[in-house]
Design a protein around this ligand. Structure first.
Ligand SMILES: C[S@@+](CC[C@H](N)C(=O)[O-])C[C@H]1O[C@@H](n2cnc3c(N)ncnc32)[C@H](O)[C@@H]1O
Length: 268
């Protein structure tokens, strides 16, 4: 049987694994710094460094309302709320991830600044113009209909608001090795060249402000692991199958088949 997207990502015991690892490393669970979770809660190429690029492109002000689409267990949402004072809502298709996002936010004392909801990026459970800005990190590779995706991101963001996408784009034509971190098979895997996103965005009324390719960050992320491993990792998020997925993603990057690109748009 082919897994759905939610089945690929969803798994039990995420928070228990993370809390167990942190407890074993001696962290005080009553006073946990949200940054300690970064190895496990930033499920995109470059980890925290990728999120910092998104943060500098989004230009949020204190009190702004931000939507993070495909928020996973909420790492980028917490970082953006923590560093900008924005009130951040995360939405994700995978119920286990949303449950973990809520529990982890409470654990680090951020439950009042971030809010999470199960929902689909192609049918967002929000009214028109509700947010000052929208982010989406490493989600479009799971979504075939980029036109519908872009229409939804544009719809929920107010006029002149910013939409920042940091996604895995296709930069080669050879088949990808599976399982990849975002899909066990090619069935739910739709990386596209950056031009496909830009065309879909233009059709949705989004003005393109710029795109930057972060291939160097991808090479560093996969080929130069930190000398001291972080206390928690994507293995705690996804379980032991993460090792093979990570190796396949590393091969795809090293063969120049994929690259993470940051795209910035303004709603007209
Ligand atoms: C690679 S993870 C990235 C998670 C998070 N953005 C991050 O960077 O840590 C991809 C996420 O996209 C979510 N996702 C995939 N397709 C989606 C869709 N159609 N609507 C909402 N979320 C989706 C998955 O459930 C998963 O949490």
């Amino acid at each position: 049987m082919v897994e759905s997207v939610e089945q690929h990502y969803g798994n039990d015991g995420i928070v228990d694994r993370i809390v167990g690892a942190l407890t074993q490393s001696g962290f005080d669970m009553e006073n946990l710094d949200p940054d300690v979770l970064a190895g496990a809660d930033e499920f995109h190429i470059g980890g925290r460094e990728g999120t910092v690029h998104v943060a500098s492109a989004i230009n949020l002000a204190d009190g702004d309302a931000l939507l993070d689409v495909g928020c996973g267990i909420g790492g980028a949402a917490r970082y953006l709320a923590h560093t900008t004072g924005a009130s951040v809502t995360g939405v994700d298709l995978t119920p286990e991830f949303i449950e973990a996002a809520i529990k982890l936010s409470d654990l680090v004392g951020m439950g009042g600044q971030v809010d999470f909801k199960v929902g689909s990026a192609t049918d967002l459970p929000f009214m028109d113009n509700m947010f000052d800005a929208v982010t989406m990190l490493h989600v479009g590779m799971n979504i075939e209909d980029k036109n519908q995706l872009m229409r939804e991101l544009a719809r929920v963001c107010r006029s002149q608001g910013t939409v920042v996408i940091y996604d895995v784009t296709a930069t080669g034509t050879d088949d990808l090795p599976y399982p990849m971190p975002w899909s066990s098979t090619s069935e739910f895997s739709f990386p596209e060249p950056v031009g496909t996103y830009e065309e879909a965005a233009a059709a949705a009324g989004l003005e393109h402000l710029g795109s930057s390719d972060h291939y160097d960050l991808a090479l560093k992320f996969f080929n130069e692991p930190p000398a001291t491993p972080p206390p928690v990792s994507l293995g705690h998020l996804m379980g032991p199958r993460m090792l093979e997925m990570r190796d396949n993603a590393a091969d795809a990057v090293n063969q120049k088949l994929i690259s993470p690109v940051l795209m910035t748009f303004r709603v007209s």
